[in-house]
Design a protein. Structure first.
Length: 149
């Protein structure tokens, strides 16, 4: 399966239409140009197992199932005030505790809490979450932000 950088780097008209649709479904069209200029840089780090990529200024959660999934959720790192591993998951019933999965919880400066990068609970994924959190905190500290990160 193609990685997210390869998918987003595809300039074929059909691929560009799918990318535009994914940004629209994620409600983050306003960040598209800035994110796209960063996603192909060597400094971007793709956490494929957790379906998220962190660039210099953004975190993007993607549903990568058989190509580009249903949406991309792009969040500027400057908007993150706290991040942590959580057992809470979003279901069709609302927020529920999960006995089987972890999510990366992002608290944003507008008091919104976003749950991304869902993965099953096991020892390997614990290390991956620690890596993601450390990497994002490192990027935020470089930017001079992050209230409680």
């Amino acid at each position: 399966m193609k990685g997210i950088q390869e998918i987003l780097g595809d300039t074929k008209p059909k691929s560009v239409a799918k990318i535009d649709k994914a940004f629209a479904k994620g409600g983050c069209e306003q960040y598209k140009d800035a994110f796209m200029s960063e996603v192909l840089k060597p400094s971007a780090r793709d956490f494929q197992n957790n379906k998220c990529i962190v660039t210099d200024n953004f975190i993007c959660y993607y549903g990568l199932y058989a190509g580009l999934g249903s949406m991309l959720r792009v969040i500027p790192l400057e908007k993150i005030v706290n991040l942590y591993r959580s057992n809470v998951t979003i279901t069709d019933k609302g927020l529920e505790y999960s006995y089987d999965y972890f999510n990366l919880a992002l608290e944003l400066d507008n008091n919104e809490r976003v749950f991304v990068a869902q993965t099953s609970k096991n020892a390997k994924t614990m290390d991956a979450y620690n890596d993601i959190i450390a990497f994002i905190r490192g990027r935020i500290s470089i930017m001079g932000g992050g209230a409680s990160c």
